[in-house]
Design a protein around this ligand. Structure first.
Ligand code: SF4
Length: 447
């Protein structure tokens, strides 16, 4: 009889946070890859709490992925299966950073990139010899099986695809290098194009932390990818993440725009050298705060909107500096405005430092992990009280996301990109963040 594998994408049930809007949810690619690596004689189902309430289904083996903010739910779901004696395997960023914690709640933990060990997990399961921990190496990203996009819930508005992993930067608050390493690894362009061709969705999110990468070779490879999309007639509207160096090469920008890039997420974080220094945001410092506007303008000229992400709650922040940050966001030329609280995630230097200094507000783990979703004050800021930070965020949200400002931003994006569709993308993303901010404001007022 065919064995049954259930794969689960758990969602924090109490707090929707940044995924309040359906267009901010993306298919769980990692589970799609695990499914693709599972032999054909298994039946596989993905239960995705982004869209459906979990209902217990019998299985021979259960695989769960999780971020920090959803890990409490992951542990809860694993418990239902463990009670029935069904083996559970947990992977993803949180379990990779805190495997000892995870082992209290699941039978097996996969640390790192699952594709290098999943075939062994399956063969050990068959021999009734599942290990407690599998430590995965870094995959070379060649000849990877295409993720099982056919198993993802049809409700997703965006398809997801990955072209590279790893980051040579070392930002204080980021866990990417701890999980994916410092080396920027890239999939062969032809393999990415083959996968893009079978994605059914018209809108695509490139999940890479930086689609352009770092250095000349990476930029040339990005250029090949964008040209390849045009040559093969792959018509997608797409969204990606990158660093400030996205604007370095006019030719890359031009082909990004021509191949359908509508919006790029840039981690701007802050507008002062002091704040960028304390988060070790070297690339932004190198570009220079004074040059940001020009970076945004260059991107806009190719019909691409800029989603600028800003952090509130750094050590040099006070209510007054945050008011200035809000002023800056309004005038900076970014099209979409994202503001989140500085959030110490496990495995980062930031978490280690705040923990050591006794500045974390919520440490009743694992229950409190559900608060670590970037929409709540999690730590004692250095120069103000937590409630002052929450109030500064609430004031900022009122200024950034009122209808008048959003309308002005829409006109600005339409004017600078000369593209109505791009302006609509940016407007709708701002409306999404408005919805998130309404939740933020609710939380701050409850304090
Ligand atoms: S925040 Fe971005 S640039 Fe910094 S380490 Fe993480 S992925 Fe790299």
């Amino acid at each position: 009889m065919r064995k049954k594998l259930i794969l689960i994408n758990p969602v924090n049930r109490n707090r929707i946070g940044l995924t309040v809007n359906p267009s901010s949810r993306f298919p769980p690619l990692g589970l799609g890859i695990v499914a693709a690596l599972t032999p054909d004689d298994w039946s596989i189902k993905i239960i995705d709490e982004n869209f459906e309430c979990f209902k217990y289904e019998d299985a021979d083996l259960v695989g769960i992925t999780s971020f920090t903010a959803s890990v409490t739910r992951a542990y809860e779901l694993a418990g239902f299966y463990r009670a029935q004696g069904i083996p559970t395997v947990l992977g993803g960023i949180h379990a990779s950073m805190l495997p000892d914690e995870a082992l209290h709640f699941v039978g097996t933990v996969v640390i790192g990139e699952a594709e290098t060990v999943w075939p062994k997990v399956i063969s050990d399961f068959r021999r009734n010899n599942l290990q407690r921990v599998y430590r995965a190496g870094f995959s070379e990203l060649r000849d990877m099986p295409k993720p099982r996009h056919d198993l993802f819930h049809p409700g997703y508005l965006f398809g997801s695809i990955q072209t590279a992993r790893g980051c040579p930067m070392d930002c204080e608050f980021c866990s990417v290098t701890a999980l994916n390493g410092h080396r920027y690894r890239q999939r062969p362009v032809e393999e990415v194009l083959d996968e893009l061709e079978v994605l059914p969705e018209k809108m695509v999110f490139f999940v890479d932390d930086n689609i352009i990468g770092y250095g000349r070779a990476a930029a040339e490879r990005a250029l090949l990818l964008f040209k390849g999309m045009i040559e093969r007639g792959i018509r997608k509207d797409w969204f990606c993440q990158a660093s400030m160096n996205f604007a370095d090469n006019e030719e890359v920008l031009a082909y990004a725009g021509k191949s359908g890039c509508r919006m790029v997420f840039l981690g701007v974080e802050a507008e002062t050298v002091e704040a960028l220094g304390e988060t070790n945001k070297k690339l932004n410092l190198k570009v220079g705060v004074g040059k940001y506007k020009e970076v945004f303008r260059r991107i806009n000229r190719h019909g691409i909107a800029v989603l600028g992400a800003f952090i509130y709650g750094m050590d040099s922040d006070t209510p007054r500096t945050l008011r200035r940050r809000t002023n800056y966001i309004l005038r900076s030329g970014v099209d979409v405005m994202q503001t989140t609280y500085l959030t110490p995630l496990p495995g980062t230097r930031l978490f280690g430092m705040l923990d050591e200094q006794g500045r974390l507000l919520y440490t009743d783990f694992p229950g409190d992990w559900s608060r670590y979703d970037m929409t709540e004050v999690i730590h004692n800021p250095l120069l103000m009280k937590p409630h002052e930070l929450a109030r500064a965020m609430a004031e900022s949200s009122q200024r950034l996301y009122n209808r008048r400002t959003l309308y002005r931003k829409f006109i600005k994006t339409w004017y600078t990109t000369r593209d109505f569709t791009t302006a609509m993308w940016a407007y709708s993303s701002n409306c999404n963040y408005r919805n998130v901010s309404l939740g933020l404001r609710g939380k701050s007022l409850r304090r």
